[in-house]
Design a binder for this molecule. Structure first.
Ligand SMILES: [Zn+2]
Length: 302
C-alpha cells in the first residue's frame, strides 16, 4: 500500500469540514454509523425523553437545518402551541429514547403534517433520492447531515500529478444517469451491466494539497463495491469510461481509474503519435502496486 493511501486511511477519522459550524461533532464520525434502521428520521413528529427536567416528554417535529444539521423543534407535551410556536430546539441525534407518533396520536393532538415554520429552513432532503438506495453508499452518510458523505477527491492519477488524493466531505445535490462501466470479473468474464448513477455534489472541505478543485465547487462521483470510498470523476473520465473495459487490479480489484483512459495511455506511452488510438494497454493501479489492463470496448478478445 502506498504511503499516501496509508495516510489517507489513518487521517480519515478527522477530515471535518473546516467551515462547518460545529466541527467537533464531525470529528467523531468515523467510520460513519451503519445503523440506518435506528437513525432518527427527518420530517416526522417524535416523542423524545430527555434526561433533563422538562415538564413532560418532549414533543417535536424533526427537520434538517442546512448548517446545524438534524434537529427537532417543539416543547414539553403540555405546551399549548408547540406545533407552530415551538419553545425548544434540539440538535439530533441524542442518546435519548425516542419514537415516532402514531397516526392516532397525530389526530388526537391535531398536529399539522408539516409545521408552517419548516419553510424557513428551505427544501428538506429527499428521503427517496437515488443515493439512499445505492447499496455501496449505505452507512456512509453523516448522521446529522443526511446528504453529506466522504468521497476520494483527486487531481488525477497521483503517479502523474504527484498529488495524493484526499478524502473529503461533500454534500450531494443530485444524481444523473452515468456511462456503462465495463469491467471484467475475476473469472475473466465481462461483468454484467452495473447501476451507473453519477452523483453531483458540492465539496464542503478545503482540500490540503489539491489544485484542480476548491471548497464550494461542484464535482461528480461514482460508487462501487471495489473502492474504499466513492470516487470523484471528471467530465472527461465519464465521457471516455463507456468506451473502455477495465480489468480489475490484479492485487486490490480496483476497477476504476483516476485519469481518463486517453490520459493514462499518453502518460504510459509519451512517444505515441498524436493520432494513435491504443486498443489495449496496462497501467499501474492508482491505489496499490498492482496493475490494471484497459481494453477498448469492441476490441476485446471475447
Ligand atoms: Zn490495486
Amino acid at each position: 500500500m502506498f504511503d499516501w493511501l496509508r495516510k489517507l486511511f489513518r487521517g480519515t477519522a478527522s477530515t471535518p469540514r473546516p467551515s462547518a459550524p460545529d466541527d467537533d461533532a464531525r470529528k467523531t464520525v468515523s467510520p460513519p454509523k451503519a445503523t440506518p434502521s435506528e437513525a432518527i428520521p427527518w420530517g416526522r413528529w417524535v416523542w423524545i425523553e430527555p434526561r433533563w427536567p422538562l415538564q413532560g416528554r418532549f414533543l417535536g417535529y424533526t427537520y434538517v437545518d442546512a448548517e446545524a444539521g438534524l434537529s427537532a423543534k417543539g416543547g414539553p407535551e403540555s405546551e399549548a402551541d408547540l406545533a407552530e410556536a415551538p419553545s425548544v430546539t434540539m440538535r439530533l441525534p441524542m442518546e435519548f429514547p425516542w419514537r415516532i407518533l402514531t397516526e392516532e396520536e397525530l389526530t388526537a393532538r391535531g398536529l399539522p403534517a408539516t409545521p408552517s415554520w419548516l419553510s424557513f429552513f428551505g427544501p428538506q432532503p429527499d428521503p427517496n433520492a437515488p443515493w439512499r438506495k445505492d447499496p455501496h453508499l449505505q452507512g456512509r452518510f453523516h448522521e446529522r447531515y443526511p446528504d453529506d458523505l466522504q468521497v476520494m477527491v483527486h487531481d488525477g492519477d497521483p503517479r502523474r500529478t504527484k498529488r495524493a488524493p484526499e478524502v473529503c466531505w461533500v454534500r450531494i445535490l443530485g444524481a444523473e444517469p452515468g456511462p456503462p462501466r465495463l469491467a471484467r470479473q475475476p473469472s475473466g468474464e465481462p461483468s454484467p451491466a452495473r447501476d451507473t448513477w453519477v452523483y453531483v455534489a458540492r465539496l464542503t472541505n478545503t482540500p490540503h494539497g489539491l489544485q484542480d478543485i476548491r471548497q464550494g465547487e461542484e464535482l461528480r462521483f461514482l460508487s462501487s463495491a471495489e473502492m474504499p470510498f466513492p470516487l470523484h470523476v471528471t467530465k472527461q473520465y465519464l465521457e471516455e469510461r463507456g468506451n473502455w473495459l477495465i480489468n480489475p487490479c490484479n492485487k486490490c480489484s480496483w476497477d476504476e481509474a483516476m485519469d481518463p483512459p486517453s490520459t493514462m495511455a499518453r502518460f504510459r506511452f509519451p512517444d505515441m503519435p498524436p493520432d494513435a488510438e491504443p486498443v489495449t494497454f496496462t497501467s499501474f493501479c492508482p491505489q496499490c502496486d498492482g496493475f490494471q489492463v484497459l481494453t477498448r470496448a469492441g476490441a476485446t478478445d471475447t
